[in-house]
Design a protein around this ligand. Structure first.
Ligand code: DLL
Length: 436
């Protein structure tokens, strides 16, 4: 396979030069951070009064971690490090648990972010000849505008369709000959199911690729989308605190996500001790943003669980690859004392062909015990008179899951297309246990 690079020099830079570049950028990020009240206090407590105190990359370890809680406390302008009249855009996270976190950008920040998204898109083999339908939410969420600007930078024809309204999405795809889409993996699965339902013929659609991210999904889910839609699916990772998408992305080798290390420093730490884990092991990803002036964020605890691959990538890029993010330290469920990540359930059920594209995990209290119910759709319209095969399927799902998660779940089978679908990030878990 021949690989194409958007910025060959940067993407294939040798380690020593890449680290020298990181050090220069880190100093500049620290200089900006020191202009915010939060970091001025935090960094001076850690003995860092100026960027001159950062002498090597090892000094990163002296910088305290930043959490989502810190960012919330700084709402709305506490992390702004440049005069307000130089800011040209803001994005904010949805704030599902209260105050949102806000990130500001000046013009060079937007230019740099756009460069990382363009680089990511190009790494999947796209060119300016592609027609790109951006089927993700626009607005305060970074997925819409982030990919929109990146797609334009590559020179693709960008269709800002936004998410939802699958019938209109099909029409756009057919009218304009869409070759690439961007969506959450759950929305892609929904699109496929709808295509079947509406009788949209695959031959009328020119789709070859999709970028899928913003929520965790398993390798089996990727394969399922690839087979059903007959396209290549590339994993796309990012978070609003680090600009949005374009932080780490799969290349055509599809074996892990290159973390763009000239824009971000990645560390993997043990979430309990906050000490670095041995190279290659799984832990919490901590990121430092090297490419934004307006809102510096240093050593941000993402809560995302991942690890670095240690062997080099056949594509020739030198930027280290992250393993697929399997879950977050804080979406872990504890069910009667057993730890469970929703991704463990997804891995099992998405590998079973009879199971449809959508599922929901419900946790309730029954007396003193926790009760886990997994609701899945069935792949075929099999709600016919003979219910015996359905009973057998239910039992098979239950046994397979139990063997893998060590919890005995209740299984509910639902007709195709009957479980709720979200247009943005999917809600996969309903934890209905009383709090406290
Ligand atoms: O989801 C940015 C984004 C937009 C990424 C479009 C990719 C595509 P937030 O809303 O701040 O930003 O959510 C960030 O989503 O910490 C992860 O927990 C999760 N996440 C994002 N991408 C992936 C992925 C955007 N590929 C949070 N795999 C992150 C697993 C992901 N989880």
């Amino acid at each position: 396979m021949t690989y194409q690079y958007w910025n060959q020099e940067m993407e294939t830079l040798n380690r020593a030069d890449l680290e020298a570049f990181q050090l220069k950028q880190l100093r500049s990020a620290v200089a900006h951070a020191l202009r915010t009240p939060f970091y001025r206090e935090r960094l001076s407590k850690a003995g860092i009064q100026s960027e001159e105190d950062i002498k090597s990359l090892a000094d990163l370890a002296r910088i305290p971690f930043t959490t989502k809680g810190d960012l919330r406390l700084g709402f709305p302008y506490g992390f702004l490090s440049i005069p307000k009249d130089e800011v040209i855009r803001l994005h904010a996270s949805s704030g599902t648990t209260g105050t949102p976190t806000t990130i500001y950008f000046n013009r060079p920040d937007i230019r740099r972010w756009t460069g990382f998204v363009a680089r990511s898109i190009y790494a999947t083999g796209c060119t300016k000849a592609d027609v790109f339908q951006n089927m993700i939410t626009y607005g305060l969420f970074t997925g819409g505008l982030g990919f929109h600007f990146g797609g334009e930078e590559v020179g693709m024809l960008v269709i800002p369709s936004g998410s939802g309204n699958t019938n209109r999405q099909f029409k756009l795809m057919q009218d304009f000959g869409t070759t690439v889409v961007h969506a959450t993996p759950s929305f892609l699965l929904h699109v496929e199911a709808k295509m079947q339902e509406e009788g949209v013929r695959r031959e009328r659609i020119k789709l070859t690729r999709a970028f899928a991210g913003a929520e965790p999904y398993s390798e089996d889910t990727r394969k399922r989308i690839e087979e059903l839609l007959r396209i290549d699916v590339y994993n796309s990772y990012g978070l609003s605190e680090m600009n949005g998408p374009g932080v780490a992305f799969e290349c055509q080798a599809k074996n892990g996500l290159h973390l763009w290390e000239d824009g971000y420093i990645g560390e993997i730490v043990n979430p309990d001790t906050l000490e670095p884990v041995p190279e290659g092991e799984t832990g919490e990803l901590v990121l430092t943003c090297l490419c934004r002036e307006a809102t510096p964020i240093l050593r941000y605890r993402t809560r995302d669980l991942s690890g670095f691959y240690t062997e080099p990538c056949p594509c020739g890029r030198t930027h280290r690859r992250l393993r697929r993010i399997t879950g977050r330290t804080d979406d872990m469920l504890i069910i009667n004392g057993v730890n469970l990540f929703p991704s463990q359930i997804e891995e099992v059920i998405m590998s079973m062909q009879e199971v449809g594209n959508n599922y929901l995990i419900v946790v309730e209290k029954e007396g003193v015990l926790d009760r886990l119910t997994v609701k899945t759709e069935v792949a075929q319209d099999s709600f016919r008179d003979d219910t015996r095969p359905l009973h057998a399927l239910k039992e098979r799902i239950r046994k397979t899951l139990q063997a893998s998660i060590f919890i005995n779940p209740r299984i509910e089978l639902h007709e195709r297309g009957s479980l709720p679908v979200s247009e943005g990030k999917a809600t996969r878990v309903l934890d209905q246990r009383p709090r406290g």
